[in-house]
Structures are given as C-alpha cells and as structure tokens.
Design a protein around this ligand. Structure first.
Ligand SMILES: Cc1cc2nc3c(=O)[nH]c(=O)nc-3n(C[C@H](O)[C@H](O)[C@H](O)COP(=O)(O)OP(=O)(O)OC[C@H]3O[C@@H](n4cnc5c(N)ncnc54)[C@H](O)[C@@H]3O)c2cc1C
Ligand code: SF4
Length: 829
C-alpha cells in the first residue's frame, strides 16, 4: 500500500533546477543510515538522507490481499512496496524498502553482541579469518545510547500464552528463557500499561505528523505497525534528524557516486510512481555515507568499483545470513483432566518476538561446544490464523456441508431455531492447528564464508549451509527438544528440505578490517583509500553478529558518526548551497575527466550521408563480438588478463563498426570509422552503452600487410564516472607471427575520463601500464566460429554495393580476406 504522504521535509530538487552541495549525503534510512543522519544533523552538518522507498505513516501498511500483492520493491515492474526479496545460491533474503529501513518490518528485538563473539583471527574454511577489529567495550557506550533513543524495554505482560509456553518449554529442555529488550511502546502518556493508548509525543516531533498508540498485541510487527507502537526509525532517529534540519527524501534511489574535485558526486533516480518516468539527478557532498543495507551497499560498491580505484580485494567477502533458521512447533498439546488437548499458544497474540534462549559457544570459555546461537519464539499476524485454517479447506468444506444440511433440515422441519452460532462455530471447527502451533526463529554464529559479486551486472551471493551444517544441526536439535517438551511435532520450513535457509539478517560484503587487505572499511566504517566515503550498515559486519543484529549496526554507526565529527575540519560547518551553472536533473552528462578537447571534438558523420565532396557516400558496417578477461587495478594487458581469468573477471563487447564513407576510409591515413554498441564488464558495474566510439585501421608505413586496428569507446559508469576503453589488434603477415592469433586478439586498457582521439602517446593508443590514468587492463578475443559469424554481418548502404565491402575487407583483413571474405560476399549477394 503506498504511503498516504511523504515526509513534509522532502524537497523536490528539480524545483530550483540547480545542483546542490551539502556536508553529507546519507544513502538509506535503516539502522546505519538514520543513526548517522541524526548524529550529523544534530552536530550542525547539512545532510540529505536519501531513501529509495516510501514513507509509511501509522495506518498505511498493507493489510488486504491486493495490497500485499503490490507490496514488493521492484521498480522495473512498477512496484514500489515495502518488501524486497532476493534468491541466491543456497539462501533467500528478505529486506525492507521504506523510510526507516528494516525497522519497519523487524521484530523489535534489541540485543547486544556477546563480548566473546567479537572473535579475532578465527580461521575460515577455504582460507582467511573472521576478525572483529572492535570489541564489546568499544560499542557499550553506543549500545546504551541507541537503547535510550529507541526506548528499549522487555515485554511487560505476563499472561501472553506464547510467551508463557516458550518459557515452559525452554525450562523443561534445560534452558533459561529471558525477555529481550524490545523497541515498542507499551505504556501511554500517563504511564499506564495497555493497548491503543495515546503515546507521549517526542520533543523532536514526528516526521509523519500522526498520533501514535500503544501496542495492541496484534502480532503484525513484521508487516508494519499500523498503530505506531513500534519505535521504528522513522518515528525516532529520522524524525530527530529532520528536526535538526536533515533533508529527508523518499523515493530517491542512489545509483552511484564518484569523487569529483575533492568532493563526492552522488547520482540518484527519483521515482515518481503513478506520475511519470523517474527523474535523474546529482548532488555533491564532502561525505557520502552508505547505509543501504548489506545487499544495497555492497551492490553499490560493486557497481561503482571503477570510480573507486584501489578498493580492497575484500569487497564482497564475509557474507553471512547470521545463522538464521526458521522452524515450526506444530500441534502442541497439554494434559487437562488426564486428557491430551490442543495447547492454546495463540502465536498471533503479542509482538512477534517476546522471549529467547541463548546457547553457548566454544569461544565463551565456559565449557560450551560448537557455535553459539539464540532461539526466539516468532509470532505472526492474527489474520494468518485464518490462512492456516483455510489451508485445511477440505475439512472446512465438509464441515460447512454438514452444517448446511443440518440448517436445511431445521428449516424443513420448521423447528425454527434462529440462533445458529453453534452451527457456525462448527464450520470454523476448533482451529486447533493455528491455536497450538508456533514458529521459532534461530540465529547465531554461522560461518561467514559467503561471497557477493556481480553476475552480468546483477547481485549474486555464493553461500551455502555446507560449512555451517553442524551449527544448523545443533539448532534443529534444540528446536526439536522444545517440540518434544510441548508434545508438538518439529517441522522444518520447506526450504530446509533443499538445505536452503531464508535470512532476514544478511551481513557482510564490505567488512571492517584492520587494513586494506583484511577489510573494505576501517573500524569506523571509513572506506580504505577513499576519504569521505564510509559504510555504516550491516555490510560492514565482518561476520555474524549472533543475536539479532540491528542494535549492533546502530551502535557501530553511532560510533562511526562520533569519529567522523571528530575528524571533520572545523571550518566546514553547515555548508549547503546551490550553483546555477550546472543542471541538477535530467540525464546529466558528467564533466569530470573530460579534457577541453572533448567539447570541441567534431561530430561523427552518420553512415550513408553526404561525403566531403557532396556526393552520396557508400558506407560499410559489420558487427563484432569479442570476449575475454579484464581486471581493475592493473595496466599490462597480458598479465592482467591472466589474473582476471583466475578471478573469473570477464569482459565482452558487441560493437557495430561503421565506415561511413568507404572512399574516405580507404584513402585516408587514419582509416577511421565509428563504433557503437555496448560493453559488459562486472568490474565496470555491468552493461554500459557506448556513448561514442572510434575505430581506426592503420596500415603501417611500408608494410602493406602489417596493420593495427584501434578501438576507442567512451563510456560512463552508473556512478557517473566517464571512462575510455582503448584497445588494439596487431596484424602482421610476417612468417614468424600467427596471423590468426594477431587478428583475433585485442589488448585493452580502460582509462579514467573521456580521453579524446589524437592525444595518444603510443601508436597503439594504450598508456604506460603504470600511468595513474589506467584503471584496468585485459585481453579480449574472438573465436573462429564467431569470426565467421561476424563476416556475415557486413552491410552496405549507398551506391558502392558489394564492391565497397570487398574494398573494406581487403584493407581490413589483408590476406585473411581471401579466406573469410567469401562469407561476407555470399551474405551480401
Ligand atoms: C522480518 C524481519 C524481522 C527482523 N527482526 C529483527 C529484530 O527483531 N531485531 C533485529 O535486530 N533485527 C531484525 N531484523 C533485521 C534488521 O531489520 C536488519 O538487520 C537491519 O534493518 C539492517 O540495518 P541496515 O542499516 O544494515 O539496513 P536496512 O535497515 O535494511 O536499511 C537499508 C535502507 O536502505 C535503503 N536503500 C537500499 N538501497 C538504496 C539505494 N540505492 N538508494 C537509497 N536507499 C537505498 C533501503 O530501502 C532501506 O531502507 C529483522 C528483519 C526482518 C526482515
Ligand atoms: S504487536 Fe502489533 S501493535 Fe504491537 S508493536 Fe507489533 S504490530 Fe505494533
């Protein structure tokens, strides 16, 4: 359900038509982002908080089936809802998209990470270590602060069946149950405990401008709290940030960022559901803080690698699902008068989680073995009871039929019984299944050996349960014991049958570490080698938190904000201005990296247009696809390609090479044509369209058969960084060289900025491998079959016809044309 109103502080950046400069852009309004936005704004910094999702004031969360069906985040499908679901190898992931991030759909549990679980140099299967550069003592003051801000309090009621049942089972199984602090308001203005009581407004106001009411025990915390009882981030940190002047913008999805002139330029897309196509924009800031969550922040870093030279090789590493496992205790029983009856657990009453147990870990040093974990009872919304019951539809139908027949008989016999409540109750049956069943959620120290990367521009995660299988076995045993104590049946969630898990606590991808090799960010979230850029969310966790992670993420962000404020130059306070000299919106063309020559570069002639002398020109074009390996951070193509092959870092392009005027092409010195199409490289963020491309075929002086084919493509990464792809093939017909190999091998570099033609130092167009402008290098090839296919793509326009192709081909391929040219000519005929 779309929110009825977006925050009042939201400013349409296009209204002024000018770009903005602020102290900090914070990306994402979850636990990392909203804490940071508040702390920076409170300290007097100008802050823009960009959140891709809607705002959800109390009362606007989806409840009907049609609202639920539309409640997913997938702008490509015109869906702008609350839930974002991911499916990867070995696991599924569920996160939120909305103002307040995960707090909108989380279960309110705020637990501190166990002191011993901040492990150091803990070896991982397959190499590497889990290492936390911070300890519990570093976070404790911040844990205190966040708990105060979120009014964390244990569940106060003592007559809630699921809480009491969980405690009973835990004790019977030999564990000590406890009630974790919850970020929920249970007491009204005058301190009275009860549901639906007005909540005392905060001194910093509320960004939604709506009244909030105390917890109604509806069990709907995971689908959004319509009463406003959850102390979610929109009601707390985001409201406080707005109070201190932060500019909170919903439906603003950040696409990328890059350093420009000592600042950061952030590119974003403003979604306009039901209004029109999205609007693109940029804003510049001294600091960019990534709080887009584990999936969001790691994805943005992977997408923008080309703009961030020297980014740590640890990017994408240490992924973990925080050991999440969902199980079910089905059909619990109790003895009443020596008769086993369905136990009334009523999992839908009360907040989703009210109690927990903790199982020790071998690192605790108290004799515990294995990897530690928590198990919590997990309630669910009341209306799910109806779904559970209607899943038993067959028996409902037969019960309905029986009752209908009885009512009919009643009518026919004129018995005239008007009270049919008993009959209707029969239709509903005893609803034993929903009443006596309870989901349980386990989480803890699984093995953080997952890897996040881009696969054809899309986020991929490789993580499986294999290395954590003992951990999950122990957890399932604990859950089964609970079931046993309650006379219930333990049932795995169906994903487990395929050894898959669903995580609501994804972590890692941009882990903190002691240095550039161990982590992407330092202990304060600062990205190594990129001052002013930081990651403050779940992505920065170098391993599982263990208990529910949001409190640790928030405390980490709070500590990072302290550090950022200490480091901030004193002169740079509350800087916010606009500059009318540059456009703010629209598909803005980045200027950084372009030389003045760019602006003056002559427009390329289109194919088949008038030639220089006014006669109609004959054009020739063909399409070429090449594939190979490319890696950032290296300059020498051959060794870079070897390295890229090991890392499986691929690159390909599909280009249409056009000689717009075959006469000019053949007779000119540079034999210049144009190149259009696209290039795909996950190192550069996925698929990039060629904005402008040049192709040259040089016949080397005095060597009719020796030629050099040169490619130059201007591209722009998603973060707005202009880059230039340069490549060359050498073709020599000397007996010592392999003509085929020469013709099909393209040596490649990608350079910073849009480097214009005519500025080459070397004939090949490539720079010295150590030149700082070289972002990466590699080698692309074309296979014989693809080459044969390429020959069939030759087309021509204008009066020259097949002859033009022959002239082009002869120059293009020399001796090889006599072999392959037949294919081109055959197609043309
Ligand atoms: C059902 C459920 C129950 C949970 N229960 C608990 C619990 O009880 N206790 C607990 O500690 N944790 C719980 N969690 C986990 C908790 O919600 C997450 O650990 C936490 O929200 C992660 O915080 P974060 O700051 O890393 O990211 P998030 O809170 O996920 O915030 C990221 C934000 O960034 C936005 N974003 C992403 N990409 C972009 C972009 N490109 N541009 C702009 N904005 C962007 C997203 O929309 C989102 O709002 C639960 C999660 C779920 C799904
Ligand atoms: S139980 Fe219901 S009212 Fe209480 S916090 Fe959860 S969703 Fe809100």
């Amino acid at each position: 359900m779309a929110a009825s109103s977006e925050p009042a502080t939201s400013v349409a950046e296009s209204a002024s038509g000018t770009p903005e400069y602020v102290d900090a852009v914070v990306i994402g309004s979850g636990f990392g982002g909203s804490v940071t936005a508040y702390r920076l704004a409170e300290a007097g910094r100008s802050v823009i908080l960009m959140e891709r999702g809607h705002a959800y004031p109390p009362g606007t969360f989806a409840r009907t089936p049609i609202e639920f069906a539309e409640n997913f985040w997938s702008p490509a499908d015109e869906l702008y809802g609350l839930f974002e679901t991911w499916s990867f190898r070995g696991l599924e992931g569920l996160v939120s998209s909305g103002l307040g991030g995960g707090s909108l759909i989380y279960a309110n549990v705020l637990l501190r990470k166990d002191p011993e679980w901040f492990v150091h140099d803990s070896p991982l299967p397959g190499g590497g270590y889990e290492n936390w550069p911070i300890g519990r003592e570093d976070l404790d003051p911040y844990y205190d602060r966040v708990e105060r801000m979120l009014d964390a309090t244990p569940y106060p009621y003592h007559d809630t069946p699921k809480t009491e049942t969980f405690a009973l089972a835990a004790k019977a199984a030999g564990h000590e149950p406890f009630r974790p602090p919850l970020a929920v308001t249970f007491t009204g203005r005058d301190g009275e405990l009860g549901g639906y009581l007005p909540i005392e407004p905060k001194p910093y106001g509320n960004i939604h401008g709506r009244m909030r009411y105390t917890c109604a025990l509806s069990g709907e915390c995971d689908i959004g709290c319509n009463s406003g009882a959850k102390n979610s981030l929109d009601h707390t940190y985001v409201s406080a940030a707005a109070h201190h002047g932060a500019d909170v913008r919903t439906l603003h999805e950040v696409r990328g960022f890059r350093p420009v002139d000592g600042m950061w330029e952030v590119r974003y897309r403003r979604h306009r559901p039901n209004e029109g196509p999205p609007v693109e924009g940029t804003v510049r800031a001294a600091r960019v803080v990534l709080g887009a969550g584990t999936f969001g922040s790691t994805y943005l870093l992977l997408k923008n690698r080309a703009s961030l030279p020297g980014l740590s090789p640890a990017l994408g590493s240490r992924f973990s699902g925080n050991g999440d496992l969902l199980g079910f205790l089905m059909g619990a029983k109790e003895q009443i008068d020596k008769v086993a009856r369905a136990r009334r657990i009523t999992g839908s009453r009360g907040p989703v989680i009210t109690s927990a147990i903790r199982i020790g870990d071998r690192v605790d040093g108290d004799g515990s073995a294995g990897r530690g974990y928590y198990v919590q009872e997990a309630g669910y919304p009341g209306f799910l009871n109806w779904m559970i019951e209607t899943a038993q539809l067959k028996s409902v139908v037969s019960r309905s039929t029986r009752v209908a027949l009885r009512m009919l008989a009643n009518r026919l016999s004129m018995r005239g019984e008007s009270n049919i409540s008993g009959d209707l109750a029969n239709v509903l049956g005893r609803t034993a299944l929903s009443t006596s069943s309870l989901p349980v959620l386990g989480m803890g120290r699984d093995v953080p050996d997952g890897k996040m990367y881009l696969d054809r521009g899309r986020l991929a995660v490789d993580w499986t349960t294999t290395t954590s299988i003992d951990y999950f076995a122990a957890m399932r045993e604990t859950m089964s014991k609970f079931a046993e104590e309650l006379g219930a049946k333990y049932v795995d969630n169906p994903l487990w049958w395929a050894k898959r898990v669903i995580t609501v606590h994804p972590l890692g991808g941009a882990p903190m570490g002691r240095n550039h090799f161990e982590g992407v960010v330092d202990e304060w979230g600062g990205v190594f080698g990129h001052p002013g850029l930081s990651v403050v969310d779940g992505a920065a966790m170098p391993g599982p938190v263990g208990p529910n992670p949001s409190l640790t993420i928030a405390a980490f962000a709070d500590r990072a904000a302290d550090h950022a404020l200490e480091q901030w130059p004193k002169s740079r306070r509350r800087r916010r201005r606009t500059d009318a000299t540059q456009p703010a919106t629209g598909a803005s063309q980045p200027t950084g990296g372009m030389s003045p020559m760019d602006a003056n570069a002559a427009e390329q002639p289109g194919p088949g247009g008038p030639s220089g002398n006014g006669a109609v020109a004959t054009s020739v074009a063909f399409t070429e696809q090449m594939k190979g390996f490319f890696v950032l951070g290296q300059g020498e193509p051959r060794s870079a390609a070897q390295d890229a092959r090991v890392r499986d870092e691929r690159m390909m392009f599909e280009l249409t090479i056009t000689a717009p005027d075959i006469d000019e092409f053949v007779s000119g010195d540079a034999h210049e044509g144009t190149a259009s199409g696209y290039l795909e490289s996950d190192a550069l963020g996925g698929r990039l369209e060629v904005e402008r491309g040049w192709f040259n075929l040089f016949v080397l002086a005095g060597h009719e058969e020796d030629r050099l084919m040169k490619y130059r493509l201007w591209l722009t990464t998603e973060g707005g960084s202009p880059v230039t792809f340069v490549g060359y093939k050498e073709v020599r017909d000397d007996p010592g060289f392999d003509l085929w190999e020469d013709t099909t091998t393209l040596f490649v570099q990608v350079l910073d900025g849009h480097v214009p033609p005519g500025t080459d130092v070397a004939a090949t167009g490539l720079l010295d491998p150590d030149d700082p402008s070289v972002l990466g290098a590699g080698v692309l090839r074309i296979k014989p079959l693809d080459f044969a296919e390429q020959m069939t793509t030759f087309t021509t326009t204008g009066p020259g016809g097949a002859q033009a192709i022959a002239r082009f081909g002869g120059l293009f391929l020399g001796k090889l044309w006599s072999t392959y040219g037949r294919l081109a000519r055959a197609e043309d005929a």
